[in-house]
Ligand binder design. Sequence first.
Ligand SMILES: C[S@@+](CC[C@H](N)C(=O)[O-])C[C@H]1O[C@@H](n2cnc3c(N)ncnc32)[C@H](O)[C@@H]1O
Length: 199
Amino acid sequence: METIRGKTSLDMDLDQLRARIANHNRIILDLGTGDGKFAFNLADNFPGHFVIGVDSCRENLRGYSRASLPNLLYVIASAQSLPDELTGLVSQVTINFPWGSLLESLLKDDARLMLGLESIMGSGARLEVRLNGGALSEAGWTLEDGAERVRENLSRAGWLIRKSETMDSTSLRNFPSTWAKRLAFGRDPHALMLKCARL
Ligand SMILES: C[S@@+](CC[C@H](N)C(=O)[O-])C[C@H]1O[C@@H](n2cnc3c(N)ncnc32)[C@H](O)[C@@H]1O
């Protein structure tokens, strides 16, 4: 799989990945990581966890991917074609404020995404999705209807929705990702968080 550090891409095979994640008790994957700030924060605050930020767009990752935390890795991949090297390794996936094809795949019950998520997850895996009103309205949905559609699709794909919680401007301001901050101070500071567990 393709990993990135600053402007440099490096190929990493399964043995190299296994060596990097050895001795870490949880593998957390942040899908659609953007500039990678959320992943960086997690890795920095939880040295016992190994954090992998994944995005299809490399340009925004140049800054945070220069960080030399031993428990942090950035991977360039599409959510619809997650690398085989990740199979069965991941304990938790976060998808924060998706847009574009990532949001579309959640709304359309895209098997490439749903089966990909299933294949990278280990047993007892958790999934957290944060959806924002602006991105859903650009995709032609209200926050409530879009979130309901995503809930239905996740349930069909074998996820139990354990918690569904709204996020207002204060919780967005306090959430440690770049996009959350933008949303908090933007025109539509509303989002919805879904916490899911594997059935
Ligand atoms: C609004 S940004 C959110 C970034 C970050 N999660 C945050 O909270 O700051 C959405 C991100 O999803 C990524 N994305 C969209 N479609 C994707 C796909 N199919 N596969 C991987 N990443 C995707 C975009 O490149 C972008 O970085």
